[in-house]
Design a protein around this ligand. Structure first.
Ligand code: FES
Length: 188
């Protein structure tokens, strides 16, 4: 009888410990599943980011700018914000060896000092950079402030349909003697 009671006590003492082991096991299983689900979620997120990456959409480097007849004399700002370009129609551009020749050239809107975007001040007939005060003539030539060289010009040609085609992939720099190049000026 005494042996049976002792055995019973032993079972009673062992049972709580067995219960803890099961709970521990179930708890570990839960943590395992949670980690698995989190891992699967992270994997799915990775796939989604792979399929839909963060792409920086930049404006096209080549664009049609309408017909020459759409442009009056002077600086046209319609492509300043969208394409970083000013189209300038002039009756004479001696800086590109085209004195007395009517045509269109295209200026980059990037200041040659540190890259800010100047404003065209029609009343003063000049571009003025808001960052450090550089000034540029309508031709793009720098004449005041810290800008070390003129604005750059973009390639400009006629498209097949007669529109003006601006190609920002090709730039012409005055200090390199490139402004007289054929495609730096569109005769109209
Ligand atoms: S960035 Fe234009 S003057 Fe400095």
């Amino acid at each position: 009888m005494a042996t049976t009671e002792a055995s019973q006590r032993a079972i009673t003492v062992q049972n709580p410990s067995a219960g803890m082991t099961r709970r521990g096991f179930l708890g570990s299983l839960g943590v395992g599943w949670a980690l698995f689900i989190m891992g699967a979620g992270a994997g799915t997120l990775g796939i989604v980011r792979f399929l839909f990456p963060n792409v920086l959409f930049e404006p096209p480097s080549t664009f049609k700018a309408g017909f020459p007849s759409d442009y009056g004399l002077g600086v046209d700002e319609r492509f300043k914000e969208t394409n970083g370009a000013w189209l300038v129609r002039t009756t004479s551009d001696p800086l590109s060896n085209r004195a007395g020749v009517e045509g269109i050239f295209v200026l980059s809107t990037t200041c040659t000092h540190l890259g800010c975007i100047p404003n065209w001040l029609a009343a003063d007939q000049k571009f003025k950079c808001p960052c450090h005060g550089s000034g540029f003539r309508m031709s793009g030539m720098n004449f005041e402030g810290p800008a070390p060289r003129p604005l750059e010009r973009f390639r400009v040609v006629h498209a097949d349909d007669g529109q003006i085609l601006v190609d920002k992939n090709q730039k012409f720099q005055w200090e390199k003697g490139q402004w007289p190049a054929n495609e730096a000026f569109l005769k109209v």
